[in-house]
Design a protein around this ligand. Structure first.
Ligand code: ADP
Ligand code: MG
Length: 344
């Protein structure tokens, strides 16, 4: 009998799997400027602007837990994480499609709540809901969103264009969403053990909000435009700073020195990390889902980024041979570790 080979997807990992399945595909159209590999695909339909397209899927039990994710927040988050990939190209989102798969567990009223959040996000990010698909699922809720945006040709920002000497910058604060998740998981466990216990989430609005309703950085793209700044490379932080920096370095064929001192962790996140006996720096570097932006700028733009609101300079791009290093607060230098979210 012929032996059929069975390879577990774990063996390849998420990116290895995508590459294994799609690496040999050829693009047929001149209009396909960039395919798989960046935050969004890039299409040139003629004219001064490029079109960018990105898709992301959220699954109940994998990406969200309805025990603590209110449906309005979930609707908002589904749009936010998708337009985040459009902003990561320095582009402006304009349209979204939303597809849902629902089991009979969901009532019309519940779905109305989901769409209230979607509607609020469409208003907040200035996008039009233009289509989608609705189908049933055996179990649980699936939400898949596609976002379409535009950017002037000279402003498009890829992942593979960082160069030696560029500064590494991070918007906002990182690590908060991960600690928000730890908090929600802890309260869920306590509740399951004893349903009479009331959740103790008072004064945790910040961390819980970072997890449940992240706000993609529309304001940053606007700030770049106002200051005539075009980053040399950019990616959004969905899997954690370390993992995203590895993507930029690998694709740009460069190394990096990340300054632990420069990685912005919010005081509330730091405090909670210590309460959970976690290392705040590890939470900031490897905690996912902050949906901030990690980008590089030419050194000549130092003064521009230095005076922009909510941007932190956290290191420098170096030669590839130097590797991707972390310069710790204690003055040590070692290889950066990435423990991004792996859903397999
Ligand atoms: P992001 O985190 O920015 O959403 P991903 O890590 O999900 O990006 O995906 C990396 C790249 O691989 C993207 O360019 C994405 O479009 C592409 N990709 C992911 N899954 C598939 C797939 N099943 N088939 C083709 N391309 C895929
Ligand atoms: Mg992305």
């Amino acid at each position: 009998m012929e032996e059929t080979k069975r390879t577990n997807v774990n063996e390849l990992g998420e990116f290895g799997l995508i590459d294994h399945l799609t690496g040999h595909f050829k693009n047929r159209h001149k209009s396909t400027v960039r395919g798989i590999g960046d935050d969004a695909a890039v299409v040139d339909n003629g004219g001064d602007e490029l079109t960018v397209v990105s898709t992301d899927m959220l699954l109940e039990g994998i990406h969200f837990d309805l025990m603590y994710s209110p449906l309005q927040h979930l609707g908002f988050k589904a749009i936010s994480v998708n337009v985040s990939d459009i902003y990561a190209m320095n582009a402006t989102p304009a349209q979204v499609t939303v597809s849902i798969a629902i089991s009979n567990r969901f009532s019309v009223e519940a779905l109305e709540k989901l769409y209230e959040g979607i509607e609020f996000a469409c208003e907040y990010f200035g996008v039009d809901l233009v289509g989608g698909d609705t189908t049933s699922s055996m179990k649980g809720l699936v939400i898949s969103v596609t976002a379409i945006g535009k950017v002037a040709k000279e402003k498009i920002t890829y992942r593979n264009t960082a160069k030696v000497g560029d500064l590494i910058c991070i918007t906002g604060h990182v690590g908060g969403a991960y600690l928000g998740l730890q908090l929600l998981e802890r309260e869920k466990q306590l509740y399951l053990d004893n349903p009479k216990i009331k959740p103790d989430l008072e004064e945790q609005d910040y961390l819980v909000g970072r997890q449940l309703k992240p706000h993609a950085r529309k304001d940053m793209i606007e700030q770049f435009a106002k200051n005539d700044l075009v980053p040399t490379a950019m990616i959004d932080i969905s899997d954690g700073v370390a993992s995203e920096l590895f993507h930029i370095c690998k694709q740009s064929d460069v190394g990096a020195i990340l300054e632990e001192e420069g990685v912005p962790i919010h005081p509330k996140a730091e405090e909670m990390a210590l309460k959970f006996s976690l290392d705040p720096a590890t939470c900031a570097l490897s905690g996912g889902e902050d949906y901030e932006l990690l980008f590089t700028v030419d050194a000549k733009d130092l003064d521009k980024v230095r005076y922009m609101a909510d941007i932190y300079i956290a290191g420098e791009i170096v030669e590839k041979s130097e590797g991707v290093m972390l310069h710790t607060k204690g003055g040590n230098r070692h290889k950066l570790q990435a423990q991004g979210w792996k859903h397999f």
